[in-house]
Structures are given as structure tokens and as C-alpha cells.
Ligand binder design. Structure first.
Ligand code: SF4
Length: 122
């Protein structure tokens, strides 16, 4: 089975410090290939890394740059970056300043990685 190597970026405000509660949903979604992970139902999913946006107003570009540098350093790579369902919810309900379409274009143009908004459906 072909593999998709995934990195997840979460909303720092929603995720929390311990990462247990929020990311449990992401891991469940991956295991069940549910929500935005459903698109990978014919693939094996490998989680390469998880990080957050750094906090409001969102420093996703520097975070992705760091992630790419770490990937290179440890000879790991990602195929696709998912911005968490938490970021999607934050933009829809909490005046999150991240403009997904602008950010997606910036990441895809600078780092040549596919970017998807959303992760788990819970
Ligand atoms: S910038 Fe958006 S995604 Fe990041 S902590 Fe603030 S509300 Fe959450």
C-alpha cells in the first residue's frame, strides 16, 4: 500500500499544552481514515510530525520552515500538511486571523507541499 507522510499543524489555543485531549481526535481520525483523512483511505498514513501555529496571530510559515529543516536534518519528509480541524473551527468561530487560502498558497509555493484544511471530523 502506498504511503502518505503527514504533518499536522494545530491551533495552539485549542490543542492545549499536553496534546492529549485534542490530538486524541486526530489520532482516532487517522486510525479510522475519517474526516479529511478519508481521502487517504487507500494509503497507509505515517505521521511525520505535529506542531501548532505558535499562538495568535499564527506563525505557521516559520513553523513549517522549521519542520522542513528538521525533516532534512533527520532524513524524513512529508507529502502533505494538514491544518487541523481546530484551526478550521478557530477561523469559523473565534476570529482566528489565519486566512487559509492565502496560507495554503504561501506554503505550497515556498515548500512545494500539498496543504489541506481539516483533519478529524469529531
Ligand atoms: S492564530 Fe488561529 S490557529 Fe493560531 S492560536 Fe490563534 S486562533 Fe488558534
Amino acid at each position: 500500500m502506498e504511503k502518505k507522510r503527514i504533518a499536522v499543524i494545530a491551533c495552539k489555543n485549542i490543542k492545549g499544552i499536553s496534546c492529549v485531549g485534542g490530538c486524541l481526535k486526530c489520532f482516532k481520525g487517522m486510525a479510522e481514515k475519517a474526516g479529511e483523512y478519508e481521502r487517504w483511505k487507500d494509503y497507509e498514513i505515517e505521521v511525520i510530525g505535529m506542531d501548532d501555529c505558535g499562538g495568535c496571530p499564527g506563525v505557521v510559515m516559520p513553523k513549517v520552515k522549521l519542520l522542513m529543516e528538521m525533516c532534512k536534518l533527520f532524513d524524513r519528509d512529508v507529502d502533505v500538511i494538514h491544518l487541523g480541524t481546530c484551526i478550521k473551527v478557530a477561523t469559523q468561530t473565534a476570529k482566528c486571523p489565519i486566512d487559509f487560502e492565502v496560507l495554503k498558497k504561501m506554503i505550497e509555493s515556498k515548500f512545494k507541499k500539498e496543504v489541506i484544511l481539516g483533519t478529524h471530523p469529531y
